[in-house]
Design a protein around this ligand. Structure first.
Ligand code: MRU
Length: 359
């Protein structure tokens, strides 16, 4: 896997299809904010690794990368239509094993699988070469639609905010985690376009520091007023009256409105409730999983203990100490003031109102 330096753009695209080289260029988010480097990926195994190792992260961005990964995995097939269809299925199954919590990964892979079945099934006579091109187009469409979706989420979310408000966010649900704009950060970008001043507080988000390394970075680059705080400062900042709303992204919304997001989100939701501050969750429809009844049914990824004991190469805990390192937690629906999607703002009762969204 080679890397290449890129100049800082107005906004950084986390996933870029390079049509000249027929490869996937992925911004290596592990190196931010120090270095802006793109990985040049040519195989689905490299995409799997990049997702697993958090070079690309954030629910929608993972789905987009995986969709391109399917194309990279099938483009070398020179056999029959049946062979191409079987390989597309294998690649979808394989890429789905990279991370368990963000449902957007499975949503994007299901969409690629369905497209492959439509193109290569008995009701179609699309050639192998054309089917490959059309599968690449499908991955491109997933990315393009995500940009539009995030902008719409931002427009709906911005209706909940007023000029001068303090808004706290956790982890990174920004442009880096999506095709562009982000989900939770989309209203901040749109506010800036419209001259509405928001004061953003970014939790640093232990242990991988997506808030410090990514949210603070991308908002600062865009000129948004952002203040970085440690996770354990959120309560104190709320008690001072500096926060009028919390907004976060999510990796999966269960059918009853329970929400899985980066570890620490639940604590923020409890703090928000204790201070009478609304707690908003922003996500595309593809993050809502009516097939998962409650938060207790959402698989929560556990990651390596080194993230806590020697994150970023510096040992900060004794070797051999017992460690528990879940990457996500679940916020029960009673803490969620509203869920904001591209279709608008949804409030409780969630079981009923989320279901209606899909009717
Ligand atoms: O482990 P990560 O960095 O992939 O976790 C990301 C989050 O928890 C985000 O808040 C979520 O995926 C929403 S991104 C729009």
């Amino acid at each position: 896997m080679t890397v290449q330096n890129q100049e800082t753009a107005d906004w950084l695209q986390s996933v870029r299809w390079n049509s000249l080289e027929d490869r996937l260029d992925l911004l290596d988010q592990r190196l931010l904010p120090d270095e802006i480097l793109y990985l040049e990926l040519t195989t689905s195994e490299q995409v799997w690794d990049a997702i697993k190792q958090l070079a690309v992260r954030g629910a929608p961005a993972i789905g987009i990368a995986a969709a391109f990964g399917v194309y990279l995995g099938i483009r070398g097939v020179n056999g029959s239509r049946e062979e191409l269809l079987a390989e597309a299925g294998r690649q979808c199954d394989y890429l789905a094993t990279s991370r368990p919590t963000a449902v957007n990964l499975f949503w994007a892979l299901d969409r690629m699988r369905a497209r492959a079945e439509a193109l290569l099934g008995p009701d179609s006579d699309t050639s192998v070469e054309t089917a490959k091109e059309l599968l690449l187009d499908e991955a491109r469409a997933i990315q393009a639609e995500d940009e539009e979706t995030c902008r719409l989420i931002g427009e709906h979310a911005l209706e909940l905010f007023q000029d001068g408000m303090g808004v706290l966010t956790h982890c990174n649900a920004g442009g880096l985690a999506t095709a562009r704009y982000g989900t939770a950060l989309a209203p901040m970008y749109l506010a800036q376009e419209k001259g509405i001043a928001l004061k953003v507080f970014a939790d640093e988000t232990r242990p991988v520091l997506q808030g410090a390394r990514l949210t603070a970075f991308e908002l600062q680059q865009a000129g948004v007023d952002v203040t970085l705080i440690c996770d354990n400062m959120a309560g104190a900042v709320m008690a001072k009256g500096w926060v009028q709303a919390v907004i976060v992204g999510t990796d999966r919304v269960a059918a009853n409105g329970d929400v899985a997001n980066k570890i620490g989100t639940y604590s923020v939701a409890v703090l928000a409730k204790a201070h009478g501050i609304p707690f908003y969750v922003a996500c595309p429809m593809s993050t809502i999983d009516l097939g998962t009844p409650t938060g207790a049914d959402i698989p929560i990824e556990e990651r390596h203990e080194d993230e806590i004991t020697q994150g970023f190469g510096k040992r900060t805990a004794p070797a051999g100490v017992k460690v528990y390192n879940p990457a996500f937690d679940v916020t029960p629906n009673e803490y969620v003031t509203a869920i904001i999607t591209e279709k608008g703002v949804i409030r409780a009762p969630y079981a009923e109102n989320l279901k209606k969204l899909f009717e």
